[in-house]
Ligand binder design. Structure first.
Ligand SMILES: Cc1cc2nc3c(=O)[nH]c(=O)nc-3n(C[C@H](O)[C@H](O)[C@H](O)COP(=O)(O)OP(=O)(O)OC[C@H]3O[C@@H](n4cnc5c(N)ncnc54)[C@H](O)[C@@H]3O)c2cc1C
Length: 445
């Protein structure tokens, strides 16, 4: 099978037994031991068409993967189609539109936007692909004023389950376009997308780091600041414990911190006003809030670009009460298998949420992402157990659904999308891919 596929493609096909197999089959998240049938590194859209046609004719399944930040075991037994070589970026700053290939990461798009006064709806790292992020909902630095990554999708070029390349937008196929905005990779292999760009004439952003013993006061100030922050101001809070490991730089090694990340695309005075009570709640040992370019904002969170073994548990809630803060501090306020609890303040005006998008920005006001780094396989089970304990402890405050791009490897689309929308997604899937050739990281079963 692999030899036959190899002969018909310009890109590389790697299968079990090939010298690079062990490194090529892995995703960004190394704790997901994904076992595909083969990995195709498409050289261009024609390779995508050939691969899907080949698979459909033989009853095989295809799963698109960009970086693999959202890897799950659902890709086992599929032909994994990597799109990294599809890296074209075309920006029309007048029309505020960017057209990007399915391999383009946000870091590259943001760099291309430097000097335009515009931004895309990038998330916390520039290493995530525009396509993978937007198909999964996509919670951005700028989702409060401008909505989700999914809502920014204007058009999608995809290879459908029969191997044909099609251009989809709200005028050509509004049902499918709706499904693509949050329904993930279940409907086609995307080769490029057109996304809306947004005004960011004066980006200010950065990080405040406080010693962990100031965390209660800082999180309490964060709760009030987020309750009144202007719509364009985004504040994220973290409790982080840096492991006592040789790869950690000395000043943070073995230390715990409470951190606040902040960003605003314009009007820095509003950001400063929101930060003032937080700064006053403690003594920041780092304060990097400063003017940024479109390209530099991707570096604020200092998330790793290198593949990492990790597990996540997301929880959404509506208010940050003293009881919730106290419970959180007990769970992750010091050395713990949970490396980090990140809280994102989500909701601005309801207009910024795209009604009718399959997986809209969650209706809840905050989403918390518990993250455990799993440096050795033996730690996987205890780390997952620690995350579950965190989720259970916070259950009394949990409310509402999560964006699919925040789901953990063990979650399903039902944790994100209500039954009514799921039924509609399944109907669209049945129409466009009746034999189930295409597999997303969160299937529609
Ligand atoms: C360090 C880190 C930071 C993150 N930050 C954020 C954030 O700020 N906001 C947020 O919302 N999420 C975030 N995520 C979560 C989420 O994993 C990613 O947004 C998403 O998975 C995209 O990552 P990726 O480009 O590596 O996609 P992948 O993991 O490669 O793909 C995810 C899924 O998208 C679909 N897909 C990808 N490419 C295609 C294609 N060409 N055609 C069809 N389907 C496709 C497939 O179903 C695939 O399984 C983050 C994850 C990590 C690990």
């Amino acid at each position: 099978m692999i030899e036959e596929l190899r002969e018909s493609l310009a890109g590389r096909v790697v299968g079990p037994g090939d010298p690079d197999w062990e490194s090529v089959r892995t995703a960004w998240n190394l704790s997901i031991d994904q076992l595909p049938l083969a990995v195709v590194e498409a050289a261009g859209p024609a390779d995508v068409e050939h691969t899907v046609t080949f698979a459909a004719a033989r009853g095989l399944r295809v799963a698109a993967q960009a970086g693999g930040h959202g890897a799950t075991k659902s890709l086992n037994g599929t032909i994994v189609l990597r799109t990294n070589a599809l890296d074209d970026i075309w920006v029309d700053s007048e029309a505020r539109i960017a057209r990007v290939g399915a391999g383009v990461r946000f870091g590259a798009l943001q760099t291309a936007l430097d000097g335009t006064g515009l931004t895309s709806l990038l998330g916390s790292t520039g290493d995530v692909s525009v396509v993978g992020f937007c198909l999964g909902g996509g919670l951005s630095w700028f989702s409060r004023p401008y909505g989700s990554g999914a809502g920014s999708l204007r058009a999608v070029e995809l290879v459908d389950a029969s191997g044909s390349r099609r251009w989809i937008d709200d005028t050509t196929d509004s049902d499918l376009m709706w499904a693509l905005r949050g329904g993930g990779g279940n409907f086609g292999v995307v080769t490029s997308v057109e996304v809306e760009l947004f005004e960011a004439p004066e980006i200010t952003a950065g990080r405040l780091m406080f010693p962990i013993d100031q965390a209660e006061a800082v999180l309490t100030a964060y709760a009030s600041a987020t309750a009144t922050a202007a719509d364009h101001v985004t504040l994220w809070a973290y409790l982080t414990h840096f492991p006592d490991a040789p790869f950690m730089p000395e000043p943070i090694r073995g230390q715990s911190f409470c951190m606040i990340d902040a960003a605003a695309p314009f009007h820095p005075a509003a950001l400063e006003a929101a930060l003032a009570p937080i700064r006053a709640a403690g003594t920041a040992v780092v304060d990097s809030v400063a003017p940024q370019t479109s390209g530099s904002i991707a570096g604020i969170t200092q998330e790793p670009d290198e593949p990492t073994a990790c597990a996540v548990v997301p929880i959404s809630f509506d208010s940050l009460t003293p009881e919730l803060i106290g419970t959180l501090l007990k769970q992750v306020g010091g050395p713990s298998l949970v490396f980090q609890a990140q809280i994102r303040h989500l909701r601005a005006s309801t207009e910024a949420r795209h009604a009718g998008v399959a997986a809209v920005d969650p209706a809840a006001k905050y989403v918390l992402n518990g993250l455990a780094i799993v440096p050795t396989p033996e730690l996987q089970q205890p780390a997952v157990a620690a995350l579950h304990a965190l989720k259970e402890a916070l259950a009394p405050w949990a409310s509402g659904k999560l964006p699919p791009s925040f789901l953990g490897a063990e979650d399903s689309l039902a944790d994100s999308i209500g039954e009514q929308y799921l039924t509609r997604l399944r109907e669209i899937k049945q129409k466009v891919d009746p034999t189930g050739v295409l597999v997303g990281n969160y299937p529609l079963a």
